[in-house]
Design a protein around this ligand. Structure first.
Ligand SMILES: Cc1cc2nc3c(=O)[nH]c(=O)nc-3n(C[C@H](O)[C@H](O)[C@H](O)COP(=O)(O)OP(=O)(O)OC[C@H]3O[C@@H](n4cnc5c(N)ncnc54)[C@H](O)[C@@H]3O)c2cc1C
Length: 375
């Protein structure tokens, strides 16, 4: 089979690996507009369960990924002068660039052709020139726009603003920090992903963003403003930028997941708010699911129909949980009257996927602290 893949992110590269591994006679081409070492962003997070899925799918890349990991089991909630830790969660972080370099190495080792610095604009020619065209071209997918009439995408641009920084301040655990100033409430999502660097994503509602005058501030003024908001948390360390810009989260859904021999994968197909930390996980698990469908199906249409039928309920479930989490952060200002322990409980249960009983099992000392707040 000849497979063309647009996009050398986690979804495209991992699908290329799994298909070439399943059958070395497949001709697999990945087209990526960037170079192998250009990337946006800092680190990504995986849960223990995702790692088990990655191990079952490809031991070689799993071994390379986990060798580079920074692991932790705590979520920390910081409000005003206090911090509450909730243990018993299994997470690991890795630099996005390192993850991509590992996947590039593994794909090339298996014989995948990766064309870097190759922007695909003539999608129809590429589609006609292969058995399967995979659109793994990310949240702003050009393929999804080109075939919008067939795929029927739904794009919901959310109101909160966020910006993705890094810092050499090490946050040992997934740390959610809430800081208030005269403009409003700012929330930071931070975690270390190697021995020297942490991801530091900041979000705020549009009213706060306007009152802070962030629409007219330069990149440098923005960085210094945000560093000042989080000065107690960043200590002596500056915020690091990677051409960091304010963005609005876009919730992506598609009524149709494929059209003829073309299928969407990863962020092009669906997004889940970053507060639930699952975009890369979902992208790679999409690749596993699609590759599995190809192992069982007798033709392409069958494989793509099976993929949509099997994967859609799982994605809808994730998107529902991520939606609750996103809305909780959009309304962060409403929670600021809570004590830190109450805020921590509210934050931990925000997506509806973690219950009181789950928390009692995972982190009994946290629940004890939560219960004793009344006395
Ligand atoms: C602030 C923020 C924080 C996040 N935190 C996490 C986290 O903690 N954990 C997590 O798992 N995920 C996280 N994510 C999500 C994660 O970054 C994405 O979900 C993931 O990268 C999706 O993988 P993908 O392969 O579908 O798309 P992408 O990684 O976006 O890859 C798409 C690729 O396609 C290429 N491309 C696009 N168009 C073309 C074209 N026409 N020709 C050639 N190449 C093209 C692009 O250059 C890009 O390399 C976060 C996202 C954001 C915005």
């Amino acid at each position: 089979m000849k497979i063309n893949i647009i996009g050398g992110g986690p979804a495209g590269l991992y699908f290329a690996i799994l298909m070439k591994k399943a059958d070395p006679s497949h001709q697999v081409n990945v087209y990526e507009r960037n170079g192998p070492d250009d990337t946006f962003g800092w680190g990504v997070v995986f849960s223990g369960k995702t790692l088990a899925n990655l191990r079952a799918a490809d031991e070689e890349s799993h071994a390379a990924i986990t060798k580079e990991f920074e692991a932790w089991d705590n979520v920390d909630i910081v409000l005003r002068a206090s911090k509450v830790s909730i243990h018993g969660n299994s997470f690991s972080g890795i630099a996005r660039l390192q993850l991509l370099n590992i996947l590039q190495w593994r794909a090339e080792e298996l014989g995948v052709n990766i064309s870097f610095r190759t922007e695909i604009s003539d999608i129809e020619t590429l589609r006609n020139n292969c058995d399967l065209l995979v659109a793994a071209d990310g949240v702003n997918s050009g393929v999804r726009s080109r075939y919008a009439d067939q795929l029927k995408p739904n794009l919901d641009v959310r109101s909160n603003r966020y910006i993705w920084y890094g810092t050499n301040q090490l946050f040992h655990g997934l740390t959610l920090t809430f800081r208030e100033n005269e403009a409003g409430v700012f929330a930071a999502h931070s975690y270390k992903f190697n021995t020297t660097t942490s991801t530091f994503i900041v979000e705020c509602d549009p009213q706060t963003w306007d009152r802070a005058g962030l629409s007219t501030k330069s990149d440098e003024e923005t960085r210094s403003y945000i560093a000042n908001v989080f000065k107690e948390d960043l200590g002596e360390y500056p915020l690091l930028t990677n051409n960091s810009k304010w963005l609005n989260f876009v919730l992506v859904k598609n009524a149709n997941w494929f059209f003829k021999n073309l299928v969407l994968l990863g962020d092009a197909l669906h997004t889940a708010h970053f507060s639930i930390g699952s975009g890369t996980k979902l992208a790679m698990e999409d690749a596993i699911a699609l590759a599995e469908c190809f192992k069982r199906a007798t033709d392409i249409t069958q494989a793509l129909s099976d993929f949509a039928a099997l994967r859609r309920p799982i994605i809808e479930d994730y998107q529902a949980a991520a939606f609750e989490s996103m809305v909780w952060f959009e309304n962060a200002a409403d929670h600021m009257h809570l004590s830190t322990i109450e805020l921590a409980f509210s934050a931990m249960t925000r997506s509806g996927r973690v219950s009181y009983d789950d928390l009692r099992k995972r982190s009994p000392e946290f629940i004890q602290q939560y219960e004793s707040r009344k006395s």
